[in-house]
Design a protein around this ligand. Structure first.
Ligand SMILES: [Zn+2]
Length: 205
């Protein structure tokens, strides 16, 4: 909506950083409700399109870091359990999550990636689950089709769980009174921000 095409006062290739945001390793300290959407979360170029509002949940303590390569079947069951727990948390966590808002933005190419991974994940889950159910409970299918449907459905469902993790996005790492530590931003984006100042020495700890 607002004209955010050109941000003056900074180099032409990178968007201006938001005041009050600090970096520590791969994490950023942001205020609840912070608007980081002027710069692409991945490459820090000026964002195109409107801000994306993210409500951060705390279910991450249950899930592992995305591993990239395929895990074994134990990993899959763990993911499935984690997924179910995260669904429960989604409800339990709702009242606080409403306040844990951060607005992010993307350049054109990274926005495409974000949308693709998220929708791809959703579609894979929506397609995979019915296949699993049909594979498990269907009665009059030709022999061999039921396990095939089950396996294909499981693979789709598993892909659906992993895909959104691969999308560029922010995750809640921890929370303090002052704000939220989030991770998931790209290195150029992280480098827009100054390191977290060390807390003043207070004599006794
Ligand atoms: Zn980008």
């Amino acid at each position: 909506m607002s004209a955010s095409g050109s941000v003056h006062g900074s180099s032409p290739s990178l968007a201006a950083p938001v005041p009050g945001v600090y970096r520590r390793d791969r994490q950023l300290l942001v205020q609840r409700g912070a608007d980081l959407s002027r710069a692409c979360l991945v490459c820090a170029r000026p964002a195109s399109g409107g801000p994306i509002v993210r409500r951060l949940s705390v279910a991450r303590w249950l899930t592992r870091k995305p591993v990239g390569g395929g895990g074994g079947s134990i990993m899959f069951w763990w993911d499935l359990i984690a997924f179910i727990f995260s669904m429960v948390w989604f409800v339990v966590d709702y009242p606080t999550r409403r306040k844990r808002i951060v607005k992010i933005g993307f350049c054109d190419s990274h926005r495409g990636k974000y949308v693709g991974f998220r929708w791809g994940g959703l579609v894979a889950k929506v397609l995979g689950l019915p296949l699993v159910i049909v594979g498990l409970f269907a009665q009059h299918l030709p022999p061999g089709l039921e396990p095939a449907l089950f396996v294909v459905g499981m693979l789709l469902f598993m892909t659906g769980i992993f895909l959104p993790w691969a999308a560029p996005r922010v995750r809640l790492a921890s929370e303090t009174k002052d704000g939220m530590w989030v991770e998931g931003a790209g290195t150029p984006f992280l480098e827009l921000y100054p390191p977290m100042p060390t807390p003043p020495q207070t004599g006794h700890k």
